[in-house]
Design a protein around this ligand. Sequence first.
Ligand code: C2E
Ligand code: CA
Ligand code: CA
Length: 240
Amino acid sequence: KAITDNEFCLFFQPKLNLRTNSINQAEVLLRWNHPVHGLIAPGAFIELAEQTGMIRDITRLVLKQTYAIITLCANQNIRLSVNLSAMDLEDFSLIDFMQTLHKQQPDASRHIVLEITESAAMRDPEQALDILNQLAAMHFQIAVDDFGTGYSSLTYLKQLPIHELKIDRSFVLEAPTDNNDKLIIDMIVSLGRLFQLEVVAEGVENQSHFDLLQEYPEVILQGYHLHRPEPLESWLEKLN
Ligand code: C2E
Ligand code: CA
Ligand code: CA
């Protein structure tokens, strides 16, 4: 009902490029604007949507809404990252759906990053590889979300068409006080350098996280300390 009543909307969280001190990317984050309960974050419903299979419709809705604004963002030189769920990597009909969008707006995919988690790609690696290759062939970029928390298989760094690693926020949150987390960040940044992948650090919540990450000028930063997720209108207003 929330789908047919149009109660889902997109929020955006900008990511800061330290080198250029500019915003060239933002993550698309789903919100349920419930008529009684107000804005509901995805933590409260994504899992249920996955269990019931409704995530398929939700993913299509997010992609459709992203396509509707991608030209606007591309004109501001901003790429949008969309989260895919594990189930999406088992759904070949999603490819047909994306191919239809792609035919209508062939340039859009170059401005869209698809975020997948390690565990999602590992559920059925062969199938995931097939789907990701088809998406990469349409010029979507692929990011590995929550990197370091799953299998961190080096095989897929070699096999999958990956463009970006997202350091999980659990490492960033503890890094100022826990040297092991700092070492894990060092390692992921090195992997990024070696494999020529973009590296994003999420969960930059305060000044100490921000200060620590200055050590890695190539890393793109995302977190409440820089920008909270917000609706498109208020975000674009700030950029102008
Ligand atoms: P995620 O992909 O790891 O997204 C980042 C989450 O971290 C977002 O939560 C964001 O608001 C939050 N965050 C940003 N900065 C900070 C920070 O400094 N500190 C902390 N502690 N958190 C921060 P959100 O929007 O509640 O989304 C939660 C999760 O729901 C996402 O985690 C993602 O897995 C899922 N999700 C969100 N939108 C979608 C979607 O459109 N499709 C699917 N399949 N999943 C989505
Ligand atoms: Ca994400
Ligand atoms: Ca994440």
